[in-house]
Design a protein around this ligand. Structure first.
Ligand SMILES: C[S@@+](CC[C@H](N)C(=O)[O-])C[C@H]1O[C@@H](n2cnc3c(N)ncnc32)[C@H](O)[C@@H]1O
Length: 358
């Protein structure tokens, strides 16, 4: 199945990242990966998180200082263009988090300004920068933590209302065709299509190791439905339960479900075991950085609810370490794992592992 995805495999990545022990995944899991994929990220990032500091764009460095970033190779040309435009027409706040996004499907540029309410007011009061950015550059501009975006009314006054959804990053189905899911700039997403394709394909391939195809599966941490849509296409006959806790992601998940996984049962709250009592075949988990310790702790108290298999995504060793120890103590054995170099140039990588109840 993974052949359809034409992914770039890189054994050198294993040498560089695993054998030098800069990363501990092989030690944590006790074996080498089935796959180590290095998606080509040149000009491939459609989401880039950076910082704005006194007229410069950069990242916070390891000493909590600031390193300027200009024209990163990994960013899509439209994002590099946005960075240049922002330097020429500076954002009228001193400091903010920035998320640049580009939608290839809609040819749309987006910027999320992660700043305080005071700075949002400052932007509204200043008005000129927002007017230029919205009317001349036609960017979508979201700000703050409440999922809102700026717009102008007929009189040219600045409004700050619920952000509209766009196809910022497609998911992929079992035929490697795009699934145009809608989301918002501030919501979590993978950095770009190649990384997303690689992560989905690795999950598909690991599920090939199962002796019988799952007839039911439950997902925890669905976000706006990126993996839900992909695995729903892979397992069209299976019954699905999915859950997401973030209220702003939940809106997009509900909307995307109508179009792409209408039969899934949505649980728009924290992951709860009771909700998935009949999902005994498979769980698909994509937890935040610390993993899902509370879910496995709850499962230890209700062993009759253990699913036969667990496919789990980890972006951080801390979550992997905790969740893999809990899975082992619950009686699960590792079937295989794959890795995607989603963050080149850093010691981080995404790990996808499959566990069966032994
Ligand atoms: C790494 S993101 C994965 C999103 C999605 N699978 C994707 O591919 O874009 C983790 C998600 O888990 C959600 N989450 C965190 N704690 C949760 C909980 N207790 N129950 C359900 N979802 C949770 C977060 O809101 C976030 O959307």
């Amino acid at each position: 199945m993974i052949e359809a995805f034409h992914l770039k495999e890189n054994r050198a990545l294993i040498d560089a990242k695993w054998r030098e022990k800069r990363l501990l995944t092989s030690e944590i899991l006790g074996c080498e990966p089935n796959r180590a994929l290095q998606p080509d990220l040149t000009a491939g990032r459609l989401r880039l998180d950076l910082m704005w500091k006194e007229g410069l764009i950069g990242i916070r460095d390891e000493h909590d200082g600031f390193t300027e970033i200009r024209e990163p190779d990994s960013a899509h040309p439209r994002i590099r263009g946005m960075m240049n435009l922002l330097l020429q027409d500076p954002l009228p706040v001193t400091r903010a988090g920035l998320r640049f996004r580009y939608s290839t499907q809609e040819d749309l540029c987006g910027l999320w300004i992660d700043c305080s309410n005071e700075e949002i007011k400052q932007l509204k009061d200043e008005k000129a920068w927002l007017s230029r950015t919205l009317t001349k550059k036609h960017w979508v501009v979201e700000a703050g933590q409440k999922g809102k975006e700026f717009s102008l009314d007929a009189a040219g006054d600045v409004l700050f209302q619920e952000a509209r959804s766009h196809v910022w990053l497609a998911s992929f189905d079992a035929n490697n065709d795009e699934i145009p899911l809608r989301s918002k700039i501030h919501l979590f997403s993978q950095p770009g299509p190649e990384v997303n394709r690689a992560m989905i394909a690795c999950g598909f391939e690991l599920l090939d190791l199962l002796k019988t195809p799952p007839r039911s599966w439950a997902e925890f941490g669905a976000g706006y439905g990126n993996l839900t849509a992909a695995f729903a296409s892979l397992l069209p006959e299976a019954r699905i339960w999915t859950s997401e806790i973030h209220p702003l992601a939940v809106e997009c998940l509900t909307e995307n479900a109508k179009h792409f996984f209408p039969d899934a049962e949505l649980h728009l709250t924290a992951a709860k075991l009771e909700a998935v009592e009949s999902a005994s075949d498979l769980w698909i988990l994509d937890p935040p950085r610390p993993g899902f310790p509370e879910l496995f702790d709850a499962l230890a108290l209700r062993p009759e609810l253990k699913p036969r298999s667990v496919l789990i995504y980890h972006c951080h060793s801390k979550g992997l370490l905790g969740d893999s120890a809990r899975l082992k103590s619950l009686g699960y054995a590792l079937q295989g794992w794959s890795s995607v170099d989603a963050f080149p140039g850093t010691p981080y990588h995404e790990v996808i592992s499959l566990w069966n109840l032994s």
